[in-house]
Design a protein around this ligand. Structure first.
Ligand code: BES
Ligand code: ZN
Length: 643
């Protein structure tokens, strides 16, 4: 594999980045957020990149957007963002005078070009034909002197990256709510930009929102100024998919001096309690992988229609309220989103074909932090549960190429990059490397990796090269090239994958087996009295197909599984109920589908319903639930139920 230019640059700039990231421990109040990492020079690299992201129209091999300034009205009446995006550009190739940006469902009003402060006038631009996935290229003619472009535009109410909730759809019922989800390619429905993770830019924003609502962004949080405007700043260069906004009746509660939770009032205290151990997670991450470089770390608990468990928007992770279980049993998702502050946000996959560099590394780091804080037993239980999910995905993915870490060039949609393969096969690959090189060496290697590639977007091949130079070269016997290639370019799970040896679930299996085989439920009840959510999930996920309806009823009666408060437990139970046709669960399942929009649950529930003869019922529930789901979830479920 040849050394790519990004890798070369990263190795040369490593020293400089190291000295720029001293171990400052400055702490800030919630709304005044200088960097804890101190004078972090924003990376405004204009190194040439090979154009290998096919999910963008942008000519990012020719010029880079280095900064975006957004000046927007958040208009709940029209469900639009209206205003101006000003993009600073830097040439990568001389003599190119066309800027191509990504847009989707945007109305472009005017485009004005500038050389420094001087306007070069409005220009004729072209909005090319629309593609269902990619949207429309916006082509803008420049002069040799142009270094910024000012685009006035409006978003569409159907923008896939934005969900507009009416007051009735919120918990408080009085005020509307807006939140965004830009990953993987929805930033282009929020603003015209180079929507590829290969390009990093700083951003700033001025927002005007209706009285009584608070806007937040993945940036320093602004207070309302004398003009009634909120100003935001993200001085560290990030890819477009990390631009994020939330607006609503949102309150704040501090966890410590630089970590806190935003949420609607009804769930604020419970969220702060659930996430109270976030500072320990941060400390654990820093111990292994170096300083947290983003200043504050806040979490926002969004309305239940948020389609993900969590989203690592820098400085402000977006979280589903289904994590608020009351017992901290689902906080690995916090560990995960926080871990992205190293893997993903600091070192970013340069195309979605390399998604495992974000998600696999993050799943690995997440699990190391869980082990550090809660012990090996919990960490291994989480490894085992994920391995089950991975095996199920490998068995059901429509194309074997989608089981590779390095994904094929012809994925239909970047969503295809986010199966359990990127997450769990990626995690197990790093566990394999850890085992081969030894934990001590591997920890140092990863810490250096995050530092040396900080604020860069890299490919799988950059990682392989770096692994060779920094770990493998001096320990050549630890690993063969064929083993490495099998993990990265091969399909399925290699034989060299670690099989987590743990007795963690043995007792669950013994007690459940005895009952499955016709035993009394009393001993199972005694045993299950001590089970954690993880043990419950293992039990529920491995119920035998032969379980009778009478046994389902007995389980439900003993453990009140229908209507379970823990969303993961409820989901696991409903999946089994659907497969076996256990009707008494369906009324609560319906409530679940009408109140929870988290994709991990609802895609699989609708999928299982349509595969198990319940298509009609599913379509009826969906007809009522659809309007409350996020546009991303609507698109996915429309596809699932159309099959
Ligand atoms: N970055 C992802 C969420 C995502 C993936 C958004 C792909 C858009 C496209 C986030 O970090 C994530 O992985 N969330 C997981 C939780 C995690 C513990 C596996 C989720 O939402 O379930
Ligand atoms: Zn993730």
């Amino acid at each position: 594999m040849s050394l790519s230019k990004t890798a070369m640059i990263s190795i040369f700039t490593a020293g400089a980045m190291l000295s720029a990231c001293g171990n400052s421990s400055t702490h800030e109040a919630p709304h005044d957020t200088p960097l804890r990492g101190q004078s972090e020079a924003p990376e405004k690299s204009v190194s040439a990149l090979a154009k290998d992201d096919k999910f963008t129209y942008a000519n990012y091999d020719e010029m880079h957007v280095t900064h975006i300034d957004l000046n927007l009205d958040v208009n709940f009446d029209t469900q639009t963002l209206d205003g101006v995006a000003t993009l600073d550009i830097a040439r990568v190739k001389d003599g190119v005078n066309t800027l191509i940006l990504d847009t989707k469902d945007l109305t472009i009003k005017t485009v004005e070009i500038f050389a420094g402060e001087t306007s070069e006038g409005d220009v004729g631009y072209a909005l090319e034909a629309a593609d269902k996935v990619l949207g429309q290229a916006l082509t803008i003619p420049l002069t040799d002197k142009t270094d910024s472009v000012k685009i006035s535009y409006t978003t569409s109410p159907k923008a896939e990256g934005l969900q507009w909730l009416s007051p009735e759809q919120t918990a408080g019922k009085k005020k509307p709510y807006l939140f965004s989800q830009a990953q993987p390619i929805h930033a282009r429905t929020m603003a015209p930009l180079q929507d590829t993770p290969a390009v990093r830019m700083t951003y700033s924003a001025t927002l005007r929102v209706p009285d009584g609502l608070r806007p937040l962004m993945s940036a320093s949080q602004g207070e309302k100024d004398a003009n009634g405007e909120y100003k935001f700043d993200m001085p560290q260069a990030i890819p477009s998919y990390l631009i994020a906004i939330a607006v609503g009746d949102i309150q704040f509660k501090a966890i410590n001096d630089h970590i806190g939770v935003y949420a609607e009032e009804y769930i604020l205290d419970a969220s702060a309690e659930e996430f109270a151990e976030t500072p320990l997670m941060e400390a654990s991450n820093e111990k292994f992988y170096g300083p947290y470089r983003w200043g504050r770390y806040d979490l926002i608990v969004l309305p239940p229609s948020f389609p993900f468990g969590g989203m690592e928007n820098p400085r402000l992770s977006f979280m589903t309220p289904t994590l608020i279980a009351g017992d901290k049993s689902l906080t690995n998702v916090v560990a995960h989103e926080l871990a992205h502050s190293w893997s993903g946000n600091l070192v970013t996959n340069s195309s979605w074909r390399d998604a495992w560099l974000n998600e696999g590394f993050t799943s690995y780091v997440e699990n190391r932090v869980m082990e550090d804080l809660y012990g090996e037993r919990r960490a291994v239980m989480e490894q085992l549960l994920s391995l089950q999910d991975l095996k199920a995905d490998i068995a059901s993915l429509p194309r074997p190429e989608l089981t590779q870490l390095k994904l094929p060039t012809d994925m239909a949609h970047p969503d295809d990059a986010f199966s359990q393969v990127a997450y769990v096969k990626g995690q197990y690959f790093l566990m394999f490397l850890e085992e081969r090189f030894g934990r001590a060496k591997f920890d140092v290697f990863l810490k250096n990796y995050f530092n040396d590639f900080a604020f860069q977007s890299i490919t799988t091949e950059d990682f392989i090269k770096y692994l060779h130079e920094n770990l493998h070269k001096d320990n050549p016997d630890a690993l063969t090239r064929a083993e490495l290639d099998e993990w990265i370019y091969g399909q399925g799970l290699p034989d060299t994958a670690k099989d987590p040896q743990s007795s963690a679930f043995d007792e669950v299996e013994i007690a459940s087996q005895a009952w499955f085989e016709g035993g009394n439920i009393a001993p199972l009840k005694t045993e299950a009295g001590n089970w954690s959510t993880h043990e419950w999930l293992h039990f529920l996920n491995t119920l035998p197909d032969s379980l009778t309806q009478v046994q389902f009823e007995a389980l439900d009666e003993a453990f009140s599984l229908t209507g379970a408060q823990n969303a993961e437990t409820a989901f696991a139970w409903y999946m089994q109920a659907i497969k076996s046709g256990y009707e008494p669960a369906f009324s609560d399942l319906e409530d679940f589908l009408l109140s929870v929009g988290r994709g991990k649950f609802i895609y699989r529930l609708y999928g299982a319903l349509s595969e198990n003869g319940k298509e009609q019922w599913a379509s009826e529930v969906y007809a009522r639930a659809r309007a409350g789901y996020h546009p991303i979830a609507q698109r996915r479920i429309d596809e699932i139920l159309a099959k």
